[in-house]
Design a protein around this ligand. Structure first.
Ligand code: NDP
Length: 333
């Protein structure tokens, strides 16, 4: 394997958006390691996915303590790539990780206690081979831990230098608002909220996006392709090697219904008129909203990254296109 050298023109390829009212710019498209970075995946492919993303100007890589399987494996792989191959580029890269789902047995390996967040952060840093992460998230709202305890732990992770910024993920609108206020009172701004948002998943529109915008908090949309449904992949059923065909993934084959395929085919027709693929239109559709800082994609192959990256430059939609899309999705007024 020859040493990796990043492309010279990478920063001309990707637009960057300011993350809320902060000094941090994030790429319009970020790359996540939830899938395809397990112990069963080829290291060569993992490495190529990361390099391809970085060459496209994707400077932000998103992880969590539990990404694998086994949990922690994605951080370990990213740590290896970072330290063996990307070391000269560390200051050009934003690494995020999270804690909030089950990581180890017993009462201290899950949810939002200070005990769990501190131990998990140290374990993540060890796996990543880093002395700090750029963004650390509380991965989900914990209804049983006082929110002030979780937010104070995030604040102290910043003051201890282990995280440069902190964010929240999967917090409902009301709890997000409370978390943002608590962090403000502590003197550490909530940088960003990571939420599920795509043409097929619209919960964020019911208050959360406005809450974040009015508080100067960025928003990064995960599963923008609805795990691959919003691509041309499932137009003729479930192909081998797709996420829906694999066991133990969150994309259950029963979700690929005839009525969904009809909608995807109609959306694909609009995308074709825009001279885009359906995947590209799904990414562009999110980027048309200035409240979205970044669209957080996943990929199993490098061509998927190249394809999605092109969408960062085509975020304009006509009123007619927007109306047609909403009609297909059954959201028309
Ligand atoms: P996407 O909706 O982008 O789905 C990615 C999958 O879609 C790929 O793995 C691939 O699946 C398929 N795909 C991607 N591009 C194309 C293309 N151009 N043509 C055809 N198929 C394509 O995102 P993910 O669901 O993977 O989530 C992205 C990231 O978001 C995660 O890695 C993670 O960082 C974050 N996330 C955060 C969560 C949270 O709780 N905070 C929860 C979930 C995700 P295939 O294998 O079929 O090729």
């Amino acid at each position: 394997m020859s040493a990796y050298i990043a492309t010279n023109d990478r920063y001309g390829r990707m637009p960057y958006r300011r993350c809320g009212h902060s000094g941090l710019l994030l790429p319009a498209i970020s790359f996540g390691l939830w899938h395809n970075f397990s112990a069963h995946d080829s290291y060569e492919n993992c490495r190529n996915l990361i390099f391809t993303a970085f060459d496209e100007g994707i400077t932000h890589f998103d992880l969590a303590n539990n990404y694998g399987p086994p949990p922690g494996f994605a951080e370990q792989t990213m740590g290896f790539i970072l330290n063996e191959e990307l070391k000269p580029y560390r200051d050009e890269i934003i690494i995020s990780t999270k804690a909030g789902y089950e990581m180890w047995e017993g009462p201290y390996g899950n949810w939002g206690s200070r005990k769990y967040l501190f131990a998990s952060m140290d374990a993540s840093l060890k796996r990543l081979g880093l002395s700090y992460v750029d963004i650390f998230y509380s991965h989900r709202y914990d209804p049983h831990t006082p929110l002030k305890e979780t937010m104070t732990a995030l604040h102290h992770l910043v003051t201890s230098g282990k995280a440069l910024y902190v964010g929240i993920s999967n917090y409902p609108d009301k709890q997000a608002s409370m978390a943002i206020n608590l962090l403000n009172q502590l003197g550490t701004k909530c940088l960003i909220h990571q939420t599920k948002y795509s043409m097929l998943e619209r919960t964020a529109e019911r208050g959360l996006l406005n809450t974040l915008d009015s508080n100067g908090v960025g928003c990064i949309a995960f599963s923008p392709l609805a795990q691959g449904l919003l691509t041309d992949k499932y137009l003729n059923g479930i192909p081998d090697n797709s996420r829906a065909a694999k066991k133990h993934t969150a994309l259950k084959p029963e979700l690929v219904t005839e009525s969904l395929i009809d909608k995807l085919k109609a959306l694909n027709g609009i995308a074709a008129k825009r001279e885009q693929s359906l995947a590209q239109m799904a990414v562009s559709w999110l980027l048309k909203d200035s409240r979205i800082t970044s669209v957080l994609i996943g990929a199993s192959r490098i061509d998927q990254i190249h394809e999605c990256a092109k969408a960062a430059h085509q975020s304009g939609f006509s009123m007619q296109e927007v109306t047609e899309i909403e009609t297909i999705l059954g959201n028309s007024q």
